[in-house]
Structure formats: structure tokens, C-alpha cells
Design a protein around this ligand. Structure first.
Ligand code: ADP
Ligand code: ZN
Length: 604
């Protein structure tokens, strides 16, 4: 490993050693080679292009899809003392001119740019006249049509290797199954690139998925234990985003809505409050999140089912980038399943595309319904190795009970059959439970042999049974026909009694303190005697953050503050030895923290 890279890591970033493949990647790219990097969120992708950009002559050009976040990325680099800039439509003419001059004079180390800007001939001409260190293509999965974040702008990036054949290219992503990987390699002409694939596991994230009963109350129960923590709540529709945010606000949370229908200015304000204030909850559609690298997001909650494991993994991956314990929590119900099945079926793609969509949905539903370790399902989906039990998901911590649902399923299926396969779940349940509703009487369904044969089972359990049968393909929901339940061929063996059915008993689970173990213990606790100093350190960080106009975590991460608490450094040299304290940060903020720590130690 080149001495230079290690030196930059130590003195600039304040980190003592490289993680995972970082060292190899940096060496490879610094030597002028191409690379494809797959690393989970929080794995440390940025260093893989930042350090080679600094080592190599010229400017490193980083292509990133979201201009709204470039300012933060540039701010963070400038805090480290690196010459960084961005080019996008938010700049005035004179600001842009200045950056162009600095570029031509070789005064910029890192340039962030959106793909649509990069491919303009004006920009390409400008880059022709600059010394270039490398191109980094961030969120590279956006180039893949198979993926879920496809952006047509990214397709044009194939021009990079034609126009700048001698400039190394490094493509980075956190979500890419085998097929997406292949597409990235083809479209960005990376066949000669070395691929660095890291394990996908995010061991600090606890996964929990439950049956949706009273979604709001379930969410509230989950959030009650997480007051003043930052998190994201995903909803499918804009309306639900607004409703949920409003409702959470009434419940005393700081919850802000975010969706594509809000004015750009308001979206920007909410995003920046989420980044800059402590303990803000963003309630959002999937429009929110890409490129957000806030390290201390403590939970991601889903009130609706994402349509694929890729989407779920990417969205939940925004939690816990700092490596501290975090939660991925979701509730889902029959309606989610039906809606997604309908979307997969009704999309106007080719037959092959539809088949792919169905396949992805089935995998997602498999994750929901599994009664064994969820992490294993996730990792296997990405063709990654996994132990059979992770100890940090709901199923590992509280193994689900199953029940013999064969007889209940037979009752249900025959009720569906006897009512003519023309009625929805509600009516079928009414018949099973022997309710003499208007509709039941009108159709003489109280005279059926199945009327009232399901009184012994609670409505919630019938609902869950219906959902599980739909997921397993034993029942289907006819959307065009008023959501009527219908039998499929696959249900015959169960109806005839040649196949039995064991299903999970659903209840809302919270991990017991004992079972949760150390790995998943809620955030590393601050002991009561440390609390005062901790608050003081955080206040100091907030004050500096306001002064420099950056989010608090850009000053120091929580982990660095905790190290201060544990080691109580009172000299600059001691402070410099902490993780995340480099020379530039020491100079800018060291004094303020040392003052506090000295006062605390009684040294003056
Ligand atoms: P990614 O882009 O892969 O999601 P980042 O590059 O944002 O991840 O890195 C996640 C966090 O880990 C950042 O705060 C980063 O500074 C930190 N980090 C990266 N590499 C190291 C390392 N070698 N040692 C300590 N911290 C690191
Ligand atoms: Zn598990």
C-alpha cells in the first residue's frame, strides 16, 4: 500500500486504518486502472475515489445524480481542508466562471457534477482543457434498466471511455444484484475493470416485519422507544405522507413531509432540517433518500411494502451508516400484496419485463412471510454468504410460532367457492363468521353450509390467513372484478386434504430486553454520570455546526464524541489520536473541545 494513501487517511480524515477493500481499490485506481466497487451503504465508498483524486495529478470528477446534496458533500470536504467544488444549475454565472477558472488553473481537487451537466458539449470541452485525475460514477446502478433507479442521463456516460480513454473510471454502488452488475459493466464499458465486491451485510441493522393491523398505532408503539432519534418513515402515496406527518406532529414528534408534489423550496428546507437538526423524522415517498449520507439515521420504517428486495435493502440501508445500532421496521397487509401483484401484472412492459417484476415481488413477499432468519434471506438474494441465524432480526430473537392452518384454509377456500368466487375478503369473512349482514341476506349466503363455520377464529387471523394464501398463490384477487377472491389450481391439494399447511401466528413483537443481546441493544448508552459532559460536547458541536453552516455530523460523528467521553483527551496530541480527528478538524475545532475536556478534568 502506498505510504501516501495511508498518510492522507491519517492526517486528513483522522482514521487509523483502511476498511475492507478500500486499500486495494485506492491503490488500483491511483495507478490509473478502472474499477467497479460494490459496497454496502456506510462501507466507505467515498474514500475510494477521494483519496486517488488527491494522489493523482489533476481533478477528480465525481458524477452524482442529486444536485441537492452536492453542497453538503462539498462542505464536508472543505471542512477537511480539501479544494472541492460542484457545477450545477444552482450556481450563478459568476460563481460558475470562478470555478471554471480554478479548474483550468488546477486549483480544484474534487469536482461534483450531475450527469446531465457533464454531457453538455460545453462541459466536455472544459474538461478537455483540464488535467483529469479520474471519473467516479456514484450510484452507478442508475445506469441499469433492470434496476429500480434507472436514469436515462446515466446511459450517456458511455461516452466517457470514448472521449477520455486514458482517464481511469471507478463506478460505485451499494445495490446491485448479479444482473445489475452485468449491466453496469456493459453500459459503462468496464469489462477490463477489477470488481471489488464486499459483503452486503449490515450487522448493526435489526430487521423486523409485522402484519399490518392498526398501522398508526403500531408505528407509534415503535416510535415511543425512539423519542428524539432521527429516522425516515416511508409511505407509498403523497397523501399518506402528508397524513402521517401531520399525525406524528400531533403526537409530539418533529415530523416533516417530503414528496415530489411539494414545492422544491419546501422539500429542500425539510431535507436540510433533517440533516442539520437532531431528532427529526422525515415522512416520505421513495422520492427521498438517494444520496442522503446522514450517518446517524437511527431507524427506517415502512408503512407500505416496497416492490422489491433491492428497493427495501436500499431504503433500509439508509439507517445506521455510522455502524451504531439501528432499526429497519415494516408493517404490511393483504392490500399491499394485491396492489403490488397488480402493478407487476399491469405494467406495460414486455412479457419478459413482467416476469422479472413478478419474480422480484415474489422474493420480497418471501422475505415478509419467512419464519426463519430475515438477514439470511436478504443476503442470499444478493448471492452473499450468511449464517443460518443472525441474532439481530425479529425472527431470530422471537422465533415465530406456527399453527396447523389446513382446516381453516379448507373452510376459507370452500366459502370462496360456494359464494361463487365473486366476493371480496370482507364478505367471505362475514360468511365464515356467521354475520347476517345485508349483503349476506340478499345473496342468501346464510343458507350456505359454510355459514358460521369459522366463528372460532378471530377476524384478524382470517385476514392474515387470506393474505398468506394470496402470497402463496392458493388464492388470487381479481382486481377487475371488484377484488373478488378466486381459487387457483394450486389450492386443490389443500382443499382435497392431501397437503397440509403450517402458517405463522401473527402478533406484534417487541424484542425482550434479555433476548435482544448486546448487538442490538438500543444505542450505546451514556451513563448518568457522563450525561452532563456528553450534553456539553454535543452543544459545542451544534454551536460549531451553526458557525460553519454544516450539519453537526460534519464536525464530528457521535462515535468521535463517545471516544472523547471514554478517553478524556486534554491535549491536542491526544485529541488527534481519536477516530475522525484529522489535522484540519483539530485546528478548526480542537480548541473548543479541549477547553471543555480540561475544565471537566480540573486542568486549566
Ligand atoms: P458509503 O458512501 O459507502 O455509504 P461513506 O463513504 O459515506 O459510505 O462512509 C461512511 C462513513 O464511514 C463515513 O463517515 C466515513 O467517513 C467513514 N469511514 C470511511 N472509511 C473509513 C475508515 N477507513 N475508517 C474509519 N471510518 C471510515
Ligand atoms: Zn436473523
Amino acid at each position: 500500500m502506498s505510504q501516501k494513501a495511508l498518510e492522507i487517511l491519517n492526517s486528513l480524515y483522522g482514521y487509523s486504518s483502511f476498511r475492507g477493500h478500500q486499500a486495494e481499490i485506492i491503490e488500483h485506481v491511483s495507478a490509473g486502472n478502472n474499477a467497479l466497487v460494490l459496497m454496502p451503504t456506510g462501507g466507505g465508498k467515498s474514500l475510494c475515489y477521494q483519496i486517488p483524486s488527491l494522489i493523482r495529478d489533476g481533478v477528480g470528477v465525481i458524477i452524482s445524480p442529486l444536485i441537492a446534496l452536492m453542497q453538503d458533500q462539498v462542505d464536508a470536504m472543505q471542512q477537511l481542508g480539501v479544494q472541492a467544488a460542484f457545477l450545477n444549475s444552482s450556481l450563478s454565472h459568476s460563481e460558475q466562471n470562478l470555478i471554471e477558472q480554478q479548474l483550468l488553473a488546477g486549483q480544484i481537487d474534487l469536482l461534483y457534477i450531475a450527469p446531465e451537466r457533464l454531457i453538455q458539449s460545453y462541459t466536455l470541452d472544459l474538461l478537455d482543457r483540464c488535467k483529469l485525475a479520474l471519473f467516479a460514477i456514484d450510484e452507478a446502478h442508475c445506469v441499469a434498466q433492470w434496476g429500480h433507479d434507472f436514469r436515462s442521463d446515466y446511459l450517456s456516460l458511455s461516452l466517457l471511455h470514448e472521449r477520455f480513454p486514458h482517464i481511469p473510471r471507478i463506478a460505485l454502488t451499494a445495490t446491485a444484484d448479479v444482473r445489475t452488475r452485468k449491466e453496469i459493466i456493459e453500459r459503462l464499458s468496464l469489462t477490463d475493470a477489477s470488481a471489488y465486491i464486499s459483503g452486503f451485510d449490515r450487522p448493526n441493522i435489526r430487521y423486523a416485519i409485522a402484519n399490518k393491523t392498526t398501522a398508526k398505532k403500531q408505528l407509534l408503539d415503535f416510535l415511543k422507544q425512539r423519542k428524539s432519534e432521527a429516522g425516515i418513515v416511508y409511505c407509498l402515496s403523497r397523501k399518506k405522507v402528508e397524513d402521517t406527518a401531520g399525525w406524528l406532529t400531533q403526537q409530539g414528534f418533529t415530523a416533516l413531509p417530503y414528496h415530489a408534489g411539494l414545492p422544491a423550496q419546501l422539500r429542500q428546507t425539510h431535507q436540510s432540517r433533517f440533516l442539520r437538526e437532531d431528532g427529526v423524522i422525515i415522512v416520505a415517498t421513495i422520492a427521498f433518500g438517494m444520496g442522503i449520507d446522514k450517518p446517524d439515521v437511527r431507524f427506517v420504517a415502512h408503512l407500505d411494502l416496497p416492490k422489491s428486495i433491492e428497493a427495501y435493502y436500499q431504503e433500509t440501508g439508509r439507517a445506521g451508516r455510522d455502524g451504531q445500532p439501528a432499526d429497519a421496521w415494516m408493517v404490511y397487509g393483504l392490500q399491499d400484496v394485491v396492489r403490488l401483484q397488480q402493478m407487476a401484472q399491469g405494467s406495460d412492459g414486455s412479457e419478459q419485463f413482467k416476469r422479472a417484476e413478478r419474480h422480484k415481488l415474489d422474493a420480497m413477499l418471501g422475505l415478509c412471510e419467512v419464519t426463519s432468519c430475515r438477514r439470511k434471506v436478504l443476503l442470499n438474494y444478493f448471492a452473499d454468504q450468511a449464517p443460518s441465524e443472525c441474532g439481530n432480526c425479529d425472527n431470530c430473537q422471537i422465533p415465530p410460532q406456527t399453527w396447523d392452518a389446513t382446516e381453516a384454509a379448507q373452510k376459507l377456500l370452500s366459502s370462496v367457492y360456494r359464494t361463487g368466487q365473486r366476493f371480496g375478503a370482507m364478505h367471505v369473512m362475514d360468511v365464515l363468521q356467521g354475520k347476517e349482514t345485508e349483503k349476506v341476506l340478499q345473496h342468501h349466503h346464510h343458507q350456505l353450509s359454510t355459514f358460521g363455520i369459522g366463528k372460532d377464529i378471530h377476524e384478524a387471523q382470517w385476514r392474515s390467513l387470506i393474505r398468506q394464501l394470496v402470497v402463496r398463490g392458493l388464492l388470487r384477487v381479481d382486481i377487475e372484478g371488484y377484488s373478488a377472491l378466486q381459487l387457483t389450481d394450486a389450492c386443490r391439494p389443500v382443499l382435497k386434504g392431501v397437503q397440509s399447511l403450517f402458517l405463522r401466528i401473527e402478533e406484534i413483537k417487541a424484542p425482550s430486553a434479555k433476548k435482544a443481546g448486546s448487538k442490538s441493544a438500543r444505542k450505546a448508552q451514556i451513563s448518568p454520570e457522563d450525561q452532563e459532559l456528553w450534553d456539553e460536547l454535543r452543544e459545542c458541536r451544534k454551536m460549531l455546526a451553526d458557525e460553519f453552516n454544516v450539519p453537526p455530523y460534519v464536525i464530528f460523528h457521535d462515535a468521535t464524541l463517545k471516544e472523547m467521553l471514554d478517553t478524556l483527551p486534554t491535549s491536542e496530541a491526544e485529541l488527534l489520536s481519536l477516530t475522525g480527528v484529522g489535522e484540519s478538524k483539530l485546528e478548526k475545532y480542537g480548541g473548543d473541545f479541549i477547553d471543555i475536556l480540561r475544565r471537566h478534568a480540573g486542568v486549566s
